[in-house]
Write a protein that binds this ligand. Sequence first.
Ligand code: PRP
Ligand code: URA
Length: 217
Amino acid sequence: MKKGVVQVMGKFEILDHPLIQHKLTIIRNEHCGTREFRQVVNEIAELMAYEVSRDMPLEDVEVQTPVQVTTAKQLAGKKVVIVPILRAGLGMVDGILELIPAAKVGHVGMYRDEETLQPHEYFVKMPEDLENREMIVVDPMLATGGSAIMAVDALKKRGAKTIKFVCLVAAPEGVKALREAHPDIDVYSAALDDHLNEDGYIVPGLGDAGDRLFGTK
Ligand code: PRP
Ligand code: URA
């Protein structure tokens, strides 16, 4: 960081709305099948988008109602880009688009080496002009944090300045690593779980989010 530049620390927030918590319990259940899992992940993402967009700036605009002209509010901030980390992040996109239909969607392809747990980037496709957009990176799972950190690196490298990260289940290890690597971004999760096991899975977690969303093993 340049001398004299004040670093504003992003926040870490658990979104504990009762509907989000109830739906998260549904998908944690090992008997929740692919179809229901997919649907409920999108429902949670939509509810989370409502909370995550709470700080979007507004501006006054004149509108002619059928009765008279009045001053009302409209969104004034940066245009939103939703960025799913492939594959599992795809499961959250439609839910957020329900609330923010004009958002663009960029993709970051990332897989975790099962042995080393290190992420590998295999695809990045973004809209132009990231500097003037608000990026919402989505991935159901924040485990070691490696994938999230690399995804945010990829966006910053392409000019992004305003970035939020939204997940469903986070491990303390991942939250710490992400906030150390990128202290400027806001991080939102529906739950903060206990720990990572020796295979890098979140405990209690919900298993492999990609496999559960897409019915693979
Ligand atoms: C999962 C998950 C995250 C990542 C989290 O993806 O969707 O992207 O692991 O782990 P980390 O915090 O330790 O990096 P995975 O690599 O299994 O790929 P997939 O989505 O294609 O199944
Ligand atoms: N990725 C998943 O899908 N689940 C975990 O518990 C950890 C990483």
